[in-house]
Design a protein. Structure first.
Length: 144
């Protein structure tokens, strides 16, 4: 009986190690500031002077922010950033869970939590929300 169980235990241990490695890889890769390049098939809206950012920190907190190169929009950007969401995040494999730490209308469809599949390839990331009503988001990591 024990002899038959050993290969199964080895398979389970290998599977857990692979998941733990994927978690660590995605967690490390996710940390940083990401510029939103597209939401669904809309790309032009993010390249006309106002940029949207997703920032995830090592302490598993993060925030969304807006930046503009146009000085005329400084007050608007400041006001909007005060209302932008902050969150805690966790990664399990290729699943990202965001939990709001500041009540923001419309975030995660009005829910406290949101989940998405993430695919990180170098400095490119795609977040595909589990909620089918939401659109995939394409991001590019900002080099510092």
């Amino acid at each position: 009986m024990l002899v038959r169980t050993l290969p199964l235990l080895a398979l389970v241990a290998t599977s857990f190690a692979a998941v733990a490695r994927a978690d660590a890889d995605n967690t490390k890769a996710l940390v940083g500031k990401w510029k939103v390049k597209a939401i669904g098939d809309k790309t032009d809206e993010f390249n006309k002077g106002i940029d949207l950012f997703f920032e995830s920190r090592k302490d598993n907190t993060g925030a969304m922010s807006i930046e503009s190169s146009d000085p005329k929009t400084a007050e608007l950007v400041k006001m909007l950033n005060e209302k932008m969401p902050t969150f805690k995040w966790a990664v399990t494999g290729d699943n990202l869970e965001l939990t709001s730490t500041k009540k923001v209308d419309g975030l995660f469809g009005g829910k406290e939590k949101g989940t998405a599949k993430i695919k990180i390839d170098g400095d490119k990331m795609t977040m595909t929300p589990d909620d089918e009503k939401e659109k995939a988001i394409k991001l590019e990591k900002i080099k510092r």
